[in-house]
Design a protein around this ligand. Structure first.
Ligand code: X90
Length: 277
């Protein structure tokens, strides 16, 4: 029996060691170009292109056809998507799943709405991989992941929410913070899968401190933390210093944001997914 783990490209990874994994690309559209968020995308080129234009840009979720292809002819498919509160990705995947099961009776697809993005998706797909390795039945995996999801949080620190605001992904109060120079916005993915602002800090140092504080306040268990950042090695280093002191036995993964998260988190943005007790 063939099993496939699939996520949309908001999860920042294109391969998953020890699993048959596929990432389904979202797209980033500028006035002159279309960037496909796959393994070939140069994040540098994407960010440079965005810097040189003041014209509107946007993103697009995977098509039903793209999802169907990524299911890779498997008998059982576990799909994770970016929050359905901010993207049509989940909806598109659900339609694809229905079509797939109709076309191939007996095959199974479950689509998890992460209510989050980036590193929280990484934690989810890695947990699915572990359960697949244990050869648990399909339904048991689905139930275990639903419970696991309840123990996860995503926090972030952003220096700009220009792209979120211009694409209508933040509310008016939050959009008012656009263009505040030197301000770091710290927030989390809400229970509904929306962007929730928790505080504004003056400067990077205070922002990182605040981010670490929120991670602790939300009940981080200190077992496993996944971090994605958009060109902010320095900030991540500082954050890891604080986290390692607080959680000496924690597994901390650090990676760069992929195309979709780089577009919305923007230069300097840090996303942190973690398990809670
Ligand atoms: O369908 C599409 O075009 C994709 C739209 C995605 C919009 C939101 C992306 C957020 C990326 C920004 C900071 C973390 C926010 C977490 C809220 C759940 C990352």
């Amino acid at each position: 029996m063939k099993r496939q783990i699939v996520s949309d490209s908001s999860c920042d990874i294109h391969t998953l060691e020890g699993a048959s994994f596929s990432s389904t690309a979202l797209r980033i559209l500028t006035d002159t170009r279309e960037f496909i968020d796959d393994a070939n995308l140069s994040i540098h080129e994407l960010l440079e292109t965005l810097k040189t234009t003041n014209k509107p840009s946007s993103t697009a979720c995977p098509s039903i056809g793209a999802w169907l292809q990524s299911f890779n002819d498997a008998d059982e498919v576990f799909v994770t998507t970016i929050t359905s509160a901010l993207s049509g990705s989940w909806n598109s995947a659900v339609v694809a799943a229905k079509e797939y099961m109709y076309t191939f009776p007996g095959r199974k697809v479950h689509v998890f709405d992460s209510l989050s993005t980036g590193p929280e998706l990484v934690l989810m797909v890695e947990k699915i991989r572990d359960l697949v390795k244990q050869e648990l039945p399909f339904e048991a995996i689905v139930e275990t992941i639903k419970r696991y999801q309840n123990s996860l949080h995503l926090t972030f620190m952003l220096s700009s929410i220009r792209n979120l605001a211009r694409n209508g992904r933040v509310n008016k109060v939050e959009a008012a913070a656009v263009g505040m120079l030197g301000i770091r916005l710290v927030g989390k993915a809400s229970d509904k899968g929306e962007l929730e602002l928790l505080s504004k800090s003056r400067g990077e140092k205070a922002g990182i401190r605040e981010l670490a504080k929120q991670i602790q306040a939300l009940g981080c268990s200190g077992a496993k933390i996944a971090i994605s950042h958009c060109n902010n090695e320095k900030g991540v280093q500082k954050l890891c210093g604080v986290l390692r002191a607080e959680y000496p036995h924690c597994e901390i993964q650090v990676r760069n944001t992929g195309g979709l998260c780089s577009y919305y988190a923007e230069e300097g943005g840090i996303l942190v997914g973690f398990e809670c007790a």
